[in-house]
Design a protein around this ligand. Structure first.
Ligand code: NDP
Length: 409
């Protein structure tokens, strides 16, 4: 024991080493213990507690009562792996409920996030959310073919909607979603997290500053193997639930990226299937395409070339300009994205924030749009635009012809 005391036990360690709890010893004795400790620790001599200023980098966020309460609808891979853990890290959002078809899973998730049994809903009882005043909004993280139905139902019970990409299987569905939210005066945002991704934002800043001159070509490559033997791979190869194949699921990042990085809207698309619907994916005949290549022309003369795949992994965006080029690789991952810029001055790898910030940026933008009663940055119109263009890419692949893209309404 003496030897232990010589090593300057904390008060808690000392008390615990005596088989006691802190509450079990009177304050005077505890003070004596503390005295023994500082006497035994020359390093601690004269040390006093001192107030420090609030660190600038640690934002506390709103107190719970001021945060926008959100119900997460669909407890799958993305919800559990990426979204739920980050809601607690936001400044303005609060997890208020979960909606799931699996009661046991929902109970486990609710326990993990401090929700009570009353905060668990199922799809049939979705409308009960109307009376849950702790829920201001829903975050729809279901397969795309369910996005329209749950957006409309949410708007009808007075809830704001954050909905995952792709917005829906058809542009008509997207319009129904926009109309329902507009009629109910509710906000509608699509979860385009990359719009808050620091490396992508840096690419835009460098482009607008003219660092690579006039952009001439954008190349977007996105691929991830779809595994129909997993719950989250199974629906991806079924059009009835997914709305489309690799273009709809991951190719959308190349298309949205080309529009977002360039700030332009395409006027014409061409496309061809590399692996059309009917190809084998993981031993199952898929009714969506697993590989498609497309090209989009923009008014400035810029051409974007996109590829998407369900049979290999790839994640890049390249912008080639008159005076240099920018490589985002990986471009749209959850973590670990990187940017390089190459000009006549040499090659640089700008240091920007962490890719992870994209989630908090997106979630807080939604909360603020709800609170400030304004259109969010990636509204339903942004989701509709991608779906319209992807429909035309499919038409171009089917017909083998160039298809004009009408201006956005
Ligand atoms: P999962 O299959 O892992 O999760 C979907 C969940 O939806 C299921 O777990 C289930 O939740 C619920 N669900 C309800 N009805 C069905 C049904 N008929 N078939 C399958 N699931 C159903 O998919 P993901 O999490 O990968 O994708 C969900 C959405 O998120 C999609 O729109 C996808 O495009 C999008 N996404 C977005 C990403 C991004 O980076 N922005 C990344 C990954 C996905 P429960 O059991 O609780 O009812």
């Amino acid at each position: 024991m003496a030897e232990q005391l010589g090593r300057a036990l904390t008060r808690r360690q000392f008390v615990s080493s005596m088989g006691l709890t802190l509450a079990a010893i009177p304050v005077a004795s505890a003070a004596a213990v503390a005295g023994m400790q500082s006497a035994a620790s020359p390093a601690g001599a004269g040390a006093q507690p001192a107030a420090r200023p609030m660190p600038k980098e640690n934002k506390l966020g709103d107190p719970p009562g001021r945060r926008v309460g959100i119900a997460v609808v669909g407890l799958g891979n993305y919800a559990l792996g990426q979204i739920l853990p980050r809601i607690a890290q936001t400044q303005h959002l609060r997890l208020a409920a979960v909606v799931s078809g699996n009661r046991d899973k929902a109970r486990t998730v609710a326990d993990a996030y401090g929700l009570s049994a009353q905060n668990i809903y199922d799809y049939a009882g979705f409308e009960k959310l109307r009376d849950d005043k702790s829920v201001d909004a829903v975050y729809i993280i279901l397969p795309p073919a369910l996005h329209a139905e749950y957006t409309v139902r949410a708007a009808q019970i007075g809830k704001h909607v954050l909905c995952e990409k792709p917005m829906a299987p058809t542009s008509d569905d997207c319009r129904r979603m926009i109309d329902a939210c507009a009629r109910a005066n509710r906000r509608l945002m699509i979860g385009y997290r990359v719009h808050w991704e620091p490396h992508n934002l840096e690419a835009i800043r460098l482009m607008r500053k003219g660092e690579i001159g006039q952009p001439l070509q954008i190349v977007g490559q996105h691929g991830t193997p779809a595994d129909p033997s997993t719950p989250h791979g199974e629906w991806r190869i079924r059009r009835a639930l997914s709305g489309g194949g690799s273009l709809w699921d991951v190719g959308i990042y190349s298309l949205n990226g080309a529009r977002f990085l360039s700030g332009e809207e395409p006027v014409e698309v061409r496309a061809s299937y590399r692996r059309p619907p009917g190809a084998d994916i993981g031993g199952v005949v898929a009714d969506v395409e697993s590989g498609i290549n497309w090209e989009a022309r923009f008014p400035s003369g810029l051409v974007a070339v996109g590829t998407s795949a369900y049979d290999y992994t790839v994640n890049h965006m390249f912008v080639h300009g008159e005076k240099g080029s920018i490589a985002l690789s990986p471009a749209t991952s959850y973590q670990g994205n990187e940017i390089r810029i190459k000009t006549s001055a040499g090659e640089e790898k700008p240091k920007v924030g962490e890719a992870d910030e994209q989630f908090l940026g997106m979630l807080d933008e939604f909360a603020l749009a709800v609170r400030e009663n304004r259109e969010p940055r990636t509204s339903g119109r942004e989701g509709l635009r991608d779906v319209q263009i992807m429909e035309l890419i499919y038409e171009a692949a089917r017909t083998g012809r160039a298809v004009a893209v009408p201006p956005a309404a």
